[in-house]
Write a protein that binds this ligand. Structure first.
Ligand code: SAM
Ligand code: TMP
Ligand code: ZN
Length: 405
């Protein structure tokens, strides 16, 4: 029996997405080195309800000098993080000599606004390439993994923080015991930890199984976060649902007894209970819908190929590694995928080895169909590429089910 990374309780496996590569390891075409693969399986802890991967990929394989994900690549996400920074400036960072720490600040998409406001800040970012991009924007960044030792060093050299913030980063960190000891060391007694990550409730609602990949180790809920916080002397004092990245929740933790929890916490906990989000049968029925999406998507792509239609993909997302490798979709069905990220262009997608091309090639000439891997950016991409639809092109989506628009 596998055991929970949080509480050592028994894990019930409910989904096996098979042998998968590192989701962000885009390969050069002439690279002949062996690719790293692992088993992508997901389990539910019977004791603390945390949903998590069963196998852990060493962190240095994922987060390094060449980590290719650039947070500023989407205008909608730039706006989201400008709004987040303003919210933190207006709430937690109003005091004199306020200090903000961000885990996984990436290219500085959020800290930029904090820095421009003249507020003391520090990003902690292990991936050297993106950390340099943030420094180029005048942001202070330490190239390190956040864990107990890093946090103690920050507290000793910079003082304690009013807020520690993390977006799409905490769920990437298996070793949360060390992270919480670090939070305890680096936060002021009244300080808060604010983090946002994909919400299990939305993943299940939308059958968004592509949110599951090596980097996404935990799939949080109000219930599992409340229990996690309690283990470490913290309390869940606020939750807020966010529309970004296909549905997220922003959680606020304070030291136990420091803040009155908002009514939103009890409401989300009650909703999760009513919908039986932490019951194994709910998660098993999600897993069976995943099988249906796989069968429908492969059947559609094979039919379009048989009819002689040209289909390409849009958005070489980390998520799409799960889709292509789980469904067995390769260049015979999708000859290339367009993406605006320079660090991905000219390379091959992990495992499936589909070439990544510049988005300019999308229009040269337009395909009949485009499979939208970056479905979480659908509004932005469909608006930028409105000429594709005007020319008769159609988008293929597979969330919440396989459909054509
Ligand atoms: N916060 C940005 C956003 O929401 O767009 C970046 C998210 S990116 C998916 C995850 C980031 O977390 C990467 O830049 C990665 O290098 C960083 N990361 C991974 N482990 C970390 C750790 N232990 N401490 C701090 N950052 C970490
Ligand atoms: P994400 O879903 O993990 O944020 O990744 C989105 C990917 O899609 C990233 O590689 C950038 C790419 N992308 C485009 O190619 N065009 C766009 O307009 C947007 C918003 C993203
Ligand atoms: Zn557990």
């Amino acid at each position: 029996m596998n055991s929970c990374r949080i509480c050592a309780g028994p894990l019930d496996e409910f989904l096996d997405l098979g042998r998968q590569p590192l989701s962000d390891a885009f390969r050069l075409p002439n690279d002949t080195r062996d690719e790293f693969f692992f088993e992508l399986r997901v389990g539910l802890c019977r004791s603390c309800t945390m949903v998590q991967l069963i196998d852990e990929v060493p962190r240095e394989h994922m987060f390094h000098e060449d980590y290719p994900y650039h947070s500023s690549g989407s205008s909608a996400m730039r706006e989201h993080f400008t709004g987040t920074a303003r919210y933190l400036l207006d709430t937690e960072l109003r005091g004199p000599d306020a200090f903000a720490v961000e885990l996984g600040c990436n290219d500085g998409v959020m800290l930029r606004t904090i820095s421009e406001a003249g507020v003391r800040h520090l990003g902690v970012e292990p991936s050297g390439g993106v950390a340099r991009l943030a420094r180029g924007k005048g942001i202070r960044v330490r190239t390190a993994f956040f864990e107990e030792e890093t946090a103690r060093d920050i507290a000793a050299t910079e003082g304690r923080a009013d807020v520690v913030y993390a977006a799409n980063t905490l769920c990437h960190i298996p070793y949360l015991d060390s992270v919480f000891r670090g939070l305890d060391a680096v936060l002021k007694p009244t300080g808060v930890f604010v983090f946002e990550d994909p919400y299990l409730g939305d993943i299940v609602d939308r059958t968004a199984f592509d949110q599951i990949y090596d980097e996404h180790y935990y799939f949080f809920t109000a219930r599992s976060v409340r229990d996690l916080a309690r283990r470490h002397g913290f309390e869940l004092v606020d939750v807020r649902r966010l529309p970004v990245h296909g549905g997220e929740v922003r959680y606020t933790l304070a030291r136990a007894g420091q803040r009155e929890p908002s009514p939103a916490v009890a409401e989300l906990l009650a909703e999760e209970r009513t919908r039986r989000l932490h019951e194994l049968d709910t998660l098993r029925s999600f897993a069976s819908r995943v099988e249906t999406v796989r069968a429908d998507l492969v059947a559609l792509l094979e039919r379009l190929r048989a009819e002689g239609s040209r289909v390409v993909a849009y958005g070489a997302t980390a998520k799409s590694a799960t889709v292509t490798n789980f469904c067995g979709i390769g260049t015979e069905l999708i000859p290339f995928v367009c993406d605006t990220t320079p660090a991905k262009q000219g390379r091959l997608t992990p495992g499936a080895h589909i070439p990544v091309r510049e988005s300019a090639e999308f229009a040269a000439p337009y395909p009949d169909y485009a499979l939208l891997f970056a479905w979480n950016h659908a509004a932005e991409i469909m608006s930028n590429e409105r000429d594709f639809r005007a020319s008769g092109g159609k988008w293929i989506l597979y969330v919440p089910d396989v459909h054509i628009v």
